[in-house]
Design a protein around this ligand. Structure first.
Ligand code: IMP
Length: 422
């Protein structure tokens, strides 16, 4: 009864959508366990490109998909996404939403924007989707959960309780209970049939020896505890988030696959030790189409950072990685890999905990010759150019984890599987 988790192992945008799409064809259930519509998963097949934010990639295989209790869900965004999928003739009748997932309401979005404004030049660079403020309410025990949201009476009651508290905190908020209720109760009616205790669904699936795929959003460097705090998201994108965010136990995870770009990118503010600027960065950005799916912001570009991926391996107990966007590096004459950092002259192999130290770390880089051959049509490891093979081997050695898949282009067919996980 394999449970497989796929996690972004850098700062997000590693191409998880593509791998979860591939693996979901072998899974019976696909589950998202954290985050919300701050995520943007792009999936391409049959010359069509789909962008998902909330709905797990498994939706394209026609299997049940679960939005777990660890998620924060904007009902309006969810319904827009469902409409977008239906317009593309994708069946959305098997979406299940945890009754314990928290609901993002308009004041959360407003608070996100206000907080960013007040932080000034120390702003996080959030997606402004209300993610952080909704998790804040969850832990402050004033959140509204799906189970309450879809019960009209309860929803109104909770809203009347919570909104005054939020207004006391943020007097700028210009919302009324009636205003939100009248609009959102209509969304709740449509969502209601999808809401249930999804942990029970997963337990039954495990009992029946079904394949379960847990789909992480964002990346482990954005983890609220182990990421580059405070420039992080407010959840646990790694395998460490599965138990709390899906309502399952740790023994239900057999494999943890880290999705890793062949280089590194980051959106938003915060430390980025291997960041590069200039011609190579611009080329990688254009070839790799490195612009945010949600916010369209240009992504910052950097060399492969083994310190980052090793941290992800430790946090998630990675059993393998899928190396993405390898083709984007074709034509870069000399590649650099970060093997360690120096902090105030001392070599270190893990990310320090404070942002002030993170800002001071310098990457220890080694260089390798690149390759110029087109690799977009290769179908096996053996067909890769020698320098490319060496690059992959060096990465495996540094991160102490095997490459089980690699990707040489956006299409489904351009994923080369070296080891099946289901
Ligand atoms: P939030 O998740 O909107 O609160 O944003 C917090 C940080 O996480 C910001 O730096 C965002 O750019 C980043 N972030 C959130 N979601 C994603 C994602 O899906 N990919 C990459 N970065 C993300």
């Amino acid at each position: 009864m394999p449970g497989v988790v796929v996690v972004g192992s850098q700062w997000g945008d590693e191409g998880k959508g593509k791998i979860t799409d591939y693996l979901s064809s072998k899974a019976d259930v696909v589950v998202r366990y954290q985050g919300g519509n701050n995520a943007g998963h792009t999936i391409e097949f049959n010359n069509q490109k789909y962008a998902l934010r909330l709905v797990p990639s498994g939706i394209f295989s026609g299997n049940p998909v679960v939005l777990g209790n660890g998620m924060v869900i904007n009902p309006k965004a969810l319904l827009e996404e469902i409409k977008y999928l239906n317009d593309a003739n994708i069946n959305t009748s098997k979406i299940l939403i945890s009754d314990r997932a928290h609901v993002i309401l308009p004041y959360h979005l407003e608070i996100d924007a206000l907080q960013e404004k007040y932080r000034g030049d120390k702003n996080i660079g959030t997606t402004k989707k209300g993610i952080g403020p909704t998790y804040v309410d969850k832990y402050a025990r004033i959140g509204i959960r799906m189970g309450e949201f879809v019960n009209e009476e309860l929803f109104k009651e909770r809203l009347a309780e919570v909104l005054p508290l939020k207004k006391r905190e943020y007097p700028e908020l210009d919302f009324s209970v009636e205003g939100i209720f009248e609009e959102y109760k209509e969304y709740a009616k449509i969502i209601k049939p999808m809401v249930c205790d999804t942990a029970l669904v997963l337990d039954e699936a495990f009992e029946n020896k079904k394949n379960i795929l847990f789909e992480g959003a964002q990346g482990t460097m954005l983890d609220i505890d182990y990421g580059t705090y405070p420039y992080v998201t407010s959840s646990h994108p790694g395998a460490n988030g599965v138990c709390e965010g899906a309502g399952v136990g740790p023994v239900m995870i057999d494999e943890a696959i880290g999705i890793v770009k062949a280089y590194t990118t980051r959106v938003g503010s915060g430390a980025f030790p291997t960041e590069i600027e200039g011609e190579i960065a611009n080329t990688i950005r254009e070839v790799g189409r490195e612009y945010g799916t949600v916010t369209k912001r240009p992504r910052r570009i950097g060399w492969f950072d083994a310190v980052v991926v090793n941290q992800s391996r430790r946090m998630s107990g990675l059993t393998g990685i899928s190396l993405m966007l390898l083709d984007v590096l074709t034509g870069v004459e000399e590649l650099s890999i970060c093997t360690a950092y120096t902090l105030d002259g001392k070599v270190i192999h893990a990310l320090p905990s404070t942002i002030s130290e993170l800002d001071r770390v310098q990457p220890v880089l080694e260089t390798m010759p690149g390759w110029s051959e087109d690799i977009t049509t290769v179908t096996s490891f053996a067909e890769l150019p020698e320098n490319c093979k060496k690059y992959l081997h060096r990465i495996e050695e540094l991160i102490k984890c095997p490459i089980v898949m690699f990707s040489v282009g956006p299409d489904r067919t351009q994923t080369i599987v070296l080891k099946e996980v289901f």
